[in-house]
Design a protein around this ligand. Sequence first.
Ligand code: SF4
Length: 484
Amino acid sequence: MTDTSSAVADKIRCDACPVMCYIKPGAAGACDRYANHNGELVRVDPHIILERTVSHGGRLVPFQAGGDWDGKIVHGPSTFVTAIGAGTTYPDYKPAPFIVSSEVDGVDMVTVVTEGIFSYCGVKVKIDTDRYLGPETATVRAHGEAVGHVTTSEYGSQMLSLGGVHHLTGGSKKEGRVTCDTLLDLSNGKPVELTIDGGSTVVVQAGRAPVVNGLTEERMRVGCGSATIGMFAKQWQGKIDEVVVVDDHITGVLSEHQAGKLLDIADTGIKMKGRRSTPGRYFQVAEPGTGWGGTNISDPLAILGPFDPKTARPGLTMLMVSTTGEHAAYYQLDDGLRPVETEMPDALKQSVARIQENCEPALCTVLFMAGAGGSLRAGVTENPVRLTRSVKDALTRVTSGGAPVYVWPGGGITYMVDVTQMPANAFGYVPTPALVAPIEFTMRLSDYAALGGHMESVRPLSSLKDNAELLPWPRQGPIPGQGG
Ligand code: SF4
């Protein structure tokens, strides 16, 4: 139940967000989070409290310090009040929906929870793949609407930046709605199909393998082409004359690479296309694509020029392999010094298998990012900047659905959270449009009073449990504010 309503005829007006829905009996508001239940405005989803018992890594402590202890007495179970299902207060000066006190190891603590409404939010997506998804800064679309853009390539991954206030509020109404839906689905762990201008279609789901142009990605590269040479050069020594690790970014060539030089691997007269960076390391051997090593080629010989007849010899052997080991071919030079593909010897098959074995599974990672440094703070304290300072001073711990967050240095409380660390369906939305995300601030009660907290609204944990759903603490490690 919440006090954020007023009745008109038999409808209730919800004032938990700026939309201010009138809700008929038995119906839900525009966000499906609040409903009119027999004339009472209720939050539809249960309020989630996480409980950690010994089986979830809870601590065992002696019942009486110094006394005989058989190790069976449990301190706890430890309980943490999340903001999931807690509801929202609006406007912001109203105290957060739940400000809950608890005692931990003799210290009075308080956790302030609210389902924050974030117009300034988005997701950062990391897609483990070598395949070319699209040019940097290209627009990313869902259902044809622009919802974000391609950002940098990282080591074996392509990053996307989706959402943000520009797409939520700065474009057409449809763009804002589709952006909101996309962020909501990704944050709640659902699959979303994205198309990239001038690039690929990719299905992204947090914690799952990406599906690029209909193909499920299996492996994340073991390293760039040069790194792969560095890792496996010794295993190739004596078994092969030349190895080329094909990579859209840095293609490696064993005989020229420092690793090959240190192992006294002889020159082969190989001639690479592309731009030579340093010995045995080549950039831009082909265009980016979804072929070998994230290039657009299906025939690796396309990146070679003719072998130098002064150095090369007939019978010379060469392995060409991609950075994941997904593609590999074995060649011998014929009398005209042309590479001819032949059956790969077992020893080299094993080295390709070793590359594959060293690749980690390809996954999509979704980090929700939002700015809680604005008006939301007023629900925590009458003097909002003190909350920001308290977070920066590490006196206040910020979590999202109980999950640890990374708070960006600098101004505000801009945080990121791995959505797979949060309980299921922790996110909601309001049609302004904006995302609704749980956020909790945990601190000592004395610190809360000092920063101008809403002390009159502090309530004990026991006042919540009847209306709440208890879920097991999903992680190892401490509950916020509870030390080890
Ligand atoms: S959108 Fe949801 S939170 Fe906002 S007023 Fe309507 S029911 Fe209440």
